[in-house]
Design a protein around this ligand. Structure first.
Ligand code: PMV
Length: 333
């Protein structure tokens, strides 16, 4: 029988130790992106990636034992359990349920879900944190990160706040593929959320990623370019060199979208509004303002800047929602 990928972390299913458990996990935005898998069952990436979590912006999930079948309510609306996402969730839960136990999951996000703001990342991280309580596993954060990764790759970085590196690893079942929190705080760092389109994504990140890896020639340059971006970003973080951080993050996001546009047939998440924002950002930089953009599998843009430039960035983007990644997060050392 095919082993459930969660069993690489959990040896055997156990009985719940409580009726209900609740947990929160932050969203995260990658500065060096995860794009491309070496294994889809375990969500093992081809390269390392590095993100910053959004402090108290993310997902709160309550899980309890249910009768009959799994149910999931997302921001007040039931999820269709036969949809792609519903099946993915059921399959994930199959890895933890003893016997025929079913679950009721209530999940709410305090960030715009339509913004494609890594809601599956904070969602799977919060689910794993709540399951850890419900079953009394007392797993290490590293094991929780490995488990969240099985649900959604980027979720392995949402177990922590602050900067988190996801080490790709080389092992077949992902024992060495998990998030590592970096002991760096940057209280002046700001992330501006710009929602340009609330429509559903034309294609899930999962499908777009696999299609790009399979058909883009440009993607062949991705592993080397990503390794270089990781080295430059890690040194920029240790030197608190915001200009380098911003340039690396923006360029890496543009490269990711270029590989998608090079896929056959091409995939594009960008709209005219996306492109217009990018150009405004470039114009601000020409005028000497250190502001950069990044974009994930959706049309919306996240801006990166520092607190002293906040008012001038707001003049150009008055609708921007500002997140302070280090607002309540305290350094661990
Ligand atoms: O974790 P997934 O399968 O939703 O992939 C997300 C990938 C990006 O958000 C586009 C990049 C990243 O590193 O978060």
């Amino acid at each position: 029988m095919h082993k459930h990928p969660l069993h690489s972390v959990l040896s055997s299913p156990s009985e719940p130790v409580m009726e209900q458990a609740t947990a929160f996990a932050p969203s995260n935005i990658a500065l060096v992106k995860y794009w491309g898998k070496r294994n889809s069952d375990y969500n093992l990436p081809l390269t390392d990636s590095l993100s910053v979590s959004l402090d108290n912006k993310g997902t709160t999930t309550t899980i309890s034992i249910a009768d009959g079948q799994d149910q999931c309510i997302l921001n007040g609306k039931p999820i269709e359990m036969h949809s792609d996402f519903g099946k993915r969730l059921t399959h994930f839960l199959d890895g933890v349920r003893p016997g025929g136990l079913c679950f009721h999951i209530e999940t709410t996000s305090n960030i715009p879900v339509a913004a494609g703001l890594a809601s599956s990342a904070s969602g799977f991280a919060a689910l794993v944190l709540a399951l850890n309580q419900l079953f009394g596993w007392q797993c290490s954060d590293t094991d929780l990160s490995r488990m969240a990764r099985v649900g959604s790759g980027s979720a392995c970085r949402s177990i922590w706040n602050g900067f988190v590196k996801w080490q790709a690893g080389t092992e077949a079942t992902g024992q060495d593929s998990f998030g590592i929190p970096l002991d760096i705080t940057w209280p002046e760092l700001r992330i501006g959320l710009l929602i340009v389109d609330e429509a559903e994504k034309p294609m899930s990140s999962r499908r777009a990623m696999n299609h790009t890896v399979a058909t883009s020639d440009l993607f062949r340059t991705w592993p080397e370019r990503t390794a270089q971006a990781m080295r430059q970003l890690e040194s920029a973080l240790s030197e608190k060199d915001f200009g380098t951080l911003g340039h690396i993050a923006e360029n890496h996001a543009l490269l990711m979208h270029a590989t998608m546009e090079d896929a056959k047939p091409p995939v594009s998440y960008s709209t005219e509004a996306t492109q217009a924002i990018r150009k405004k950002v470039w114009k601000l930089r020409q005028d000497g303002i250190a502001v950069f953009s990044t974009q994930d599998a959706g049309p919306n843009i996240k801006l990166l800047f520092l607190q002293p430039t906040q008012s001038v960035v707001l003049e150009t983007f008055p609708d921007m929602e500002i997140v302070e990644p280090f607002k309540t997060h305290l350094p661990s050392a």
